[in-house]
Design a protein around this ligand. Sequence first.
Ligand SMILES: Nc1ncnc2c1ncn2[C@@H]1O[C@H](COP(=O)(O)OP(=O)(O)OP(=O)(O)O)[C@@H](O)[C@H]1O
Ligand SMILES: [Mg+2]
Length: 229
Amino acid sequence: MIEFFNVSVKSKNRLILREINLKIRKGEFVYLIGKTGAGKTTLLRLIYMDLIPTAGNVLVDKFSSSNIRKREIPYLRRKVGVIFQDFKLLPDRNVYENVAFSLRVIGKSRREVKSRVLSVLTQVGLNHKRYHKYHMLSGGEKQRVAIARALINEPFILLADEPTGNLDPEASKDILNLLEKINKSGTAVCMATHNYKLITWAPHRTLLMEDGFIKQEIDPDNLNQILEL
Ligand SMILES: Nc1ncnc2c1ncn2[C@@H]1O[C@H](COP(=O)(O)OP(=O)(O)OP(=O)(O)O)[C@@H](O)[C@H]1O
Ligand SMILES: [Mg+2]
């Protein structure tokens, strides 16, 4: 479903990713860990093709980084949902509008938009707050809105770049619980995080990055070792 073949990324003559080979299968849950600057965000950007590799190839569903056209990128983005540490929501819109936005721009009918938005808001447990303004939401709720928005086109994978970075421990656990629920319903999840405690609490395949390289794949049964990293 997602495959990296000898992928390298160079920026200003410095290699920021080196020879990455990686496969993420349908319905998998994968953590990306490693020190700041290790290359986690860069790797995620390659998957939603916000970045094209300098060498090698990234396959995502039927799209290939080596020949994808600019006008195909929006179609790829419907298959790949993305959430971030800082939510990236529209501050002047309410919950409903934030989630509906991307369906409106692709010209879906009002009825279709409504049914889809209510369905994803129910999925993230926020339907009752659909007319609340952005600034009235807690951090955990904002992240739920972002997750709902990312799920609106029924992507096959959800990418999460440090999704609990701005949340307290309890809200972080809630978000991870929600990501696990989404994963159990069939959507793959790839999450970059510094929150190692959270990983040991909900173990999954874990890739340790260092200096632009996947240094080690850590067995889910053996995750306690990462608390010493
Ligand atoms: N657009 C860019 N131009 C130049 N260098 C970049 C760019 N984006 C990232 N880098 C560099 O690439 C390396 C990897 O960065 P990346 O953001 O992928 O790390 P990260 O693992 O996500 O770190 P963090 O845990 O801090 O989020 C860093 O050395 C960074 O400075
Ligand atoms: Mg990062």
